[in-house]
Ligand binder design. Structure first.
Ligand code: HDD
Length: 736
């Protein structure tokens, strides 16, 4: 029917987008009870809510008590099914802004090419395996899903904090998730891969080996949602105004750098503060430390599709940045916490098929399966196809179609016409041609025989796992080996452990040897990976790909080689008891704050702490309410009485000792050095207590009592910027 070609009589549904567009839309749905009477859902004022209506003061409930029935019914129906994966998450609002229009050459997507526009976004970070109430710091992949509310409709980039994935085909997803989730008979263990079923599956799934390396690495225990990178994982397509396509991989880089916890710390945090990552994100935004991520793309021209030694459609592979460098596109800033967890973070519904003109999918068989699953899963969560009308899911453009009825329909469509084509409704809503924002699918030529199988070009499962191992530093390797000792050590079946060693041996004999030492089984001889489940088919792609480009190392996968060194937003504990040196504390504290770090006073008890010169500072946390694992670094000022008190305080000694063993920066001066000695800070050179020296050894900064406080603070900040000082791991016998 009618296709709108002349803009003249068209009511424009493209808003003038700015960073507040979504917030303004949400404002219509917000409720504030301040200075209001309580009402029922029907708006009738409530006169008493503490008792239900009874037949006499000791009598039974009367059915006519509409207020009680309504209140109880609401409560009884408050929960919706949690997400089958990524159940636990935390959300934040913000905006994205392109740096310039240089991507126009490749895409017509406006939000990526109009530097003047701040596109509102909502991001949900998540763990994958655990249920909604599980701990944040478990070893797991983290979800990194972004909804861009663009002027052309919603675009969702539903990624993870690791660039490959476990499997190549979505038909294996249910099996993967069943295997990694708690066992079906006893629902254990919670939020952990460390059990037989997951490693049974993985050991029979050679294609998961590259991802296994990432999951055993420190990326799986991020220090903060703000300090991890994000990846779109699949190869997608960009389409420009002329209809020309190219391949693209999306990357988010945290501008605070990518940093991890140590495993012991992650496990302890799961007990002491199960909300660690959620709290960190919330508090950072409340304090104005807005998380920032740079969006970059790797672009591959269509004609270069087969120029690599792997298939671009295989989601278990990365494109090494040495082969295709990142091209920065713009920056995302998260600057507002949600008002209501359920309404926003729980109800947000992502879908990799939410695309805008200029971005399209590829035939990646994992992505293709996702295109079905995400809508389907929302039907389970919302019990209605109208979930798109929930405020957090609405685009900021207006919507016009005939998808009317169904549970919980909010929109009131006017008129008789709810079909297309129509003449009674003037042919409306109209079809939009490409030059007026109509979405046009990339006209990829497709032909083939029906087959349950995969191109032989997907049949290399070890090269990139080896590439990962070869590209990381020794401390990172050590952490992988320890993680494997833990994960496989929890596996009861020796056959499964041994099968995994067979795979590790193919990745790197050194890796296999080091893992084998900790799990009580030998590397199998003549190991051949399971092949029975795969149907690889030799085709043109596989012939071309074997000749493709490859690299032997790719530095970008190493967190250590790619550290962004900043002290911004780091939490620093200052241990204080009465009798400290006030001037030194104030000088160091203000230097830390100037570097963007946050200093917190930790003492035996809450209350005021008095300096040797009489000034007072209030304690932020007492030892019983906090622990060293909640800080990035610690500082102990000098002061005679104060150090004497700390030397008698078991909690303070443990605090220093634990932080040292977790490789965190520690700074002290003058007689504070005695506390380090008492806390078994071993194998470290200290400055002479009665000198002007400032000495840094493996992130432990000590200064004599005549040292310059500015120099001392600067050395401490440098140590904080390095995050963790892994060389200490070599020196330690007893764990924290
Ligand atoms: Fe998925 C949720 C990321 C493969 C099926 N996925 C979900 C979320 C993220 C990802 C971040 C949480 C979104 C939110 O915060 O609400 N998933 C990925 C990535 C994958 C991936 C990066 C591989 C590249 N997923 C994948 C496959 C399937 C699914 C192969 C099924 C064919 N994922 C789902 C789901 C979920 C989901 C079952 C659960 C809740 C939801 O969708 O909204 O549909």
């Amino acid at each position: 029917m009618k296709e709108q070609e002349d803009k003249g009589n068209l009511k424009e549904n493209k808003p003038n987008v700015n960073e507040n567009s979504k917030n303004k839309q949400l404002e219509q749905f917000r409720e504030d009870s301040k200075d209001q009477f309580m009402t029922t859902d029907q708006g009738v004022r409530v006169n008493h809510t503490a008792d239900h209506l009874k037949a006499g003061p000791r009598g039974p409930l009367l059915m006519e008590d509409f207020h009680f029935r309504e209140k109880m019914t609401h409560f009884d129906h408050e929960s919706i099914p949690e997400r089958v994966v990524h159940a636990r998450g935390s959300g934040a609002h913000g905006y994205f802004q392109a740096y310039d229009d240089s991507l126009k050459e490749f895409t017509k997507a406006k939000f990526l090419t109009e530097p003047g526009t701040r596109t509102p976004v909502f991001v949900r970070f998540s763990t994958v395996v655990g249920s909604r109430g599980s701990a944040d710091t478990v070893r797991d992949v983290r979800g990194f899903a972004t909804k861009f509310y663009t002027e052309e409709g919603n675009y969702d980039l539903v990624g993870n904090n690791m660039p490959p994935f476990f499997i190549q085909d979505a038909n294996k997803f249910a099996d993967l998730v069943h295997a990694i989730k708690p066992d079906p008979d006893n629902e254990m263990p919670q939020a952990s891969a460390a059990h037989d079923t997951f490693w049974d599956f993985a050991s029979l799934m050679p294609e998961s080996m590259h991802m296994i390396m990432w999951v055993l690495s420190d990326r799986a225990i991020p220090r903060s949602f703000r300090m991890m990178d994000g990846f779109g994982v699949h190869t997608f397509r960009l389409i420009n105004e002329a209809g020309k396509a190219c391949f693209v991989k999306f990357h988010w880089r945290s501008l605070l750098g990518s940093h991890s916890l140590v495993w012991d710390e992650a496990q302890k945090l799961a007990g002491k503060d199960a909300d660690w990552l959620r709290r960190d994100l919330w508090e950072a935004i409340e304090m104005g430390d807005y998380p920032e991520f740079e969006l970059s793309v790797q672009i591959v021209p269509e004609e270069d599709e087969f120029k690599f030694d792997f298939d671009l459609l295989d989601a278990t592979k990365i494109i090494p940045e040495e082969l295709v460098p990142l091209r920065p596109v713009g920056k995302m800033i998260l600057n507002r916490n949600p008002d209501n967890f359920f309404a926003e973070t729980e109800q947000v519904a992502f879908h990799p098929g939410n695309l805008v003109p200029g971005i399209d999918v590829t035939n990646d068989p994992l992505l293709q399966g996702r295109l079905f699953s995400y809508i389907d899963t929302q039907l389970n969560r919302f019990n209605s196809a109208n979930f798109g009308e929930v405020p957090i899911n609405r685009p900021i453009t207006t919507t016009h179609n005939h998808q009317g009825a169904g549970f919980m329909r909010h929109t009131i469509n006017k008129g008789k016409v709810n079909y297309w084509p129509n003449s009674l409704g003037g042919g409306c809503p109209m079809m939009a041609p490409g030059n007026m924002g109509g979405y046009i699918h990339h006209m990829e030529r497709v032909e083939g025989h029906k087959i349950r199988g995969r191109s032989e070009s997907f049949n290399d499962h070890y090269s990139q796992a080896t590439l990962f191992w070869n590209s990381i530093t020794e401390p990172e390797r050590k952490h992988i080996v320890k993680a494997a000792h833990f994960e496989l050590g929890k596996v009861m079946s020796k056959e499964i452990r041994q099968r995994m060693l067979g795979h590790f041996n193919k990745i790197s004999p050194e890796l296999a040897q080091r893992v084998s030492e900790g799990i009580g089984v030998e590397i199998p001889k003549n190991f051949e990976p399971e092949k029975s489940d795969n149907n690889y088919v030799a085709d043109d792609a596989s012939k071309k790909i074997k000749k493709g480009k490859s690299v032997k190392e790719t530095d970008f996968v190493s967190m250590e080689k790619h550290k962004i060194e900043t002290a911004k937003s780091r939490q620093i504990a200052i241990l204080l008891e009465d009798g400290y040196d006030y001037c030194e504390v104030m000088q160091v504290k203000s230097a830390l704050e100037a570097a963007g770090a946050h200093a917190k006073i930790v003492s035996k008890f809450h209350g005021m702490r008095k300096a040797s010169s009489g000034e007072e500072i209030e304690t932020d946390k007492s030892h019983i309410t906090t622990a060293s694992i909640m800080y990035d670094a610690i500082y102990i000022p000098e002061g005679e009485e104060h150090i004497k008190a700390l030397l008698k305080e078991g909690d303070a000694i443990h605090f220093v000792n634990e932080a040292f063993k977790h490789c965190k920066p520690i700074a002290t001066s003058g007689n504070g050095i005695a506390l380090l000695q008492k806390a078994s800070v071993l194998g470290i050179d200290f400055a002479d207590e009665n000198s002007q020296d400032v000495l840094t050894d493996s992130g432990v900064v000590t200064a004599g009592n005549d040292a310059d406080a500015d120099e001392f603070a600067a050395a401490f900040i440098n140590a904080i910027k390095k995050h963790r000082h892994w060389d200490r791991e070599e020196k330690m016998m007893v764990p924290a």
